[in-house]
Design a protein around this ligand. Structure first.
Ligand code: FES
Length: 500
């Protein structure tokens, strides 16, 4: 990924100093100052999926807890300490991209989730995406008139806490369940949907991947990582979201690669990569006069989300405190056009690289790859961290998501519609509007031709006829161009490095 291009989409002026390169004469000038934060490193047994149902309270992320910092240059030998993937907050989606009217299916850590808006309590909810009745996905359901999540298979309804409030086939004054004589079926614990703790932080919905009651108030003890600039009104901080056709570790590795990224930053496990162009995160004039240019600040914030093996998701934002007006007049989807192109540029090669690593065995990465330069340091450090604290794999919730999926046709690999457009409110709206325009232009063209054909020469001069026919031709040509633009922008745009 070329961060120079990616970020310059927002403001080319912010790159007044050269981007460090591996060939720089002064290697120190581009060595990133990353720190690895393997938050919450519990005992080995803590990692086990079999223990997930045992109540545990994590104190990870707590400001009062000392965060161990791993030396990136330590050996990658397996340690007795493991990273607990289930004791951290995970971002799901920017609030602006969620529709309060409809539940949304999302997968994280191999967990199938449904996100929905509980208008009764005025907050987002995250449930297991399966109905306790016959396991139909709740994300296929609807929000009923009382603001409950309704499974559309047999109509069971759940409130924000997951309690079942309606079973159409068992009215409250009807017969009791034969196997549960002392309870109405509605009130049985087995009728409840599994609910995860969730919250909104930095305009993003987050969830905690445990449903046990012990974690209900986990937010009081531990909060998602906070980036003040994302909530600062003096910053422009529009967001984007996209599913990638390669895995979490390859995504992190790509972002930590200083050969084509910024020089400074930090990785906060498991999801946050935060980069800035210099140690003070200031950009602009190099003078120390305290001028306005000195106060310009720009960040790259990317949340890397493990979805399943070979699948990841990223949520990005580039908060900056200058040229804020641009984001107020340029719709978000226009930024996404270029940003998606940049994400596409690496998609195929990273997808293939991931399969090669799988063939050689992830634990052999360092033996097989030749990584001699200082620009490889952070990637190597991440690989060592991943090996040492997680045995080179994410602790997926289900074994079935732990295998790399087969390589799809290129159109699916670089698909934009399902990976981005359906998840992005701005691109979805733009696609609808442009589709209407595309359909309207040929009709307008035909109408103009019809007017010319129906007009007598005495009513419409030859010059006007020519002008109207020209306009009709232009409108038709515009519709064809628009059709091509829509396809390349919202569905599939092939990327061939040899011809770029
Ligand atoms: S499966 Fe959901 S109501 Fe039957």
């Amino acid at each position: 990924m070329d961060a120079l291009t990616l970020t310059s989409l927002h403001s080319p002026s912010c790159f007044s100093h050269p981007l460090p390169s591996p060939k720089s004469p002064d290697p120190k000038s581009y060595i990133p100052r990353f720190r690895f934060h393997p938050l919450s490193i519990p005992s080995k047994s803590h990692l086990s999926r079999q223990n997930l149902n045992k109540p545990k309270v994590s104190t990870s992320d707590s400001p009062s807890i000392a965060i161990p910092v791993v030396d990136p240059f330590t050996s990658g030998e397996t340690s007795g300490e493991k990273f607990d993937w289930y004791s951290h907050w995970y971002p799901l989606a920017p609030v602006c991209d969620l529709d309060k009217r409809a539940p949304r299916a999302m997968r994280v850590l191999g967990l199938d989730l449904v996100v929905w808006w509980d208008r009764v309590e005025g907050q987002w909810r995250v449930f297991d995406d399966r109905c306790p009745h016959r396991l139909a996905p709740l994300s296929e359901g609807r929000i009923d008139r009382w603001g409950r999540l309704q499974c559309v298979y047999h109509g069971w309804c759940f409130d924000g806490s997951g309690s079942c409030k309606l079973i159409p086939q068992a009215p409250e004054d009807g017969p009791q369940a034969s196997h549960c004589l002392s309870l109405q079926v509605h009130t049985s614990g087995k009728a409840c949907a599994a609910s995860y703790p969730c919250c909104v932080q930095n305009k993003i919905v987050w969830f905690w991947p445990r449903t046990e009651p012990l974690y209900k108030n986990i937010l009081m003890k531990c909060k998602p990582p906070s980036i003040p600039e994302l909530d600062d009104p003096s910053y422009a901080s529009s967001m984007g979201i996209r599913d990638m056709s390669y895995g979490y570790e390859v995504l992190i590795e790509n972002l930590l690669d200083p050969a084509h990224e910024f020089g400074y930053g930090k990785f906060v496990a498991p999801c946050l990569v935060h980069m800035f162009p210099d140690s003070g995160s200031n950009i602009g004039s190099a003078s120390s006069s305290g001028s306005k240019a000195d106060q310009r600040k720009f960040h790259i914030i990317v949340y890397c989300i493990p979805v399943s093996s070979g699948k990841s998701r990223l949520i990005w934002s580039f908060p900056r405190n200058f040229s804020v007006w641009i984001d107020q007049i340029v719709p978000r989807w226009m930024f996404h056009v270029g940003q998606n192109l940049i994400l596409d540029s690496d998609m195929h090669l990273l997808h293939v690289e991931e399969r090669i690593i799988a063939e050689i065995g992830p634990s052999n990465w360092e033996k097989t790859c030749f990584v001699p330069t200082k620009s490889d340091v952070m990637v190597t450090a991440f690989r060592r961290w991943f090996k040492k604290y997680s045995n080179c794999q994410v602790d997926w919730a289900k074994k079935s998501v732990g295998y790399l999926p087969p390589t799809p046709p290129r159109e699916q690999l670089l698909d934009r519609y399902w990976s981005h457009v359906v998840q992005c409110s701005s691109c979805s709206l733009a696609l609808k509007v442009l589709r209407v325009l595309e359909a309207s232009l040929p009709i307008l063209s035909l109408i103009l031709i019809g007017v010319v054909a129906a007009s007598k020469p005495s009513v419409m001069s030859a010059a006007i006829r020519t002008a109207v026919v020209s306009m009709a031709v232009l409108l038709f040509a515009a519709s064809r161009w628009l059709s091509h633009f829509i396809y390349k922008t919202f569905y599939f745009h092939d990327y061939n490095h040899a011809f770029i």
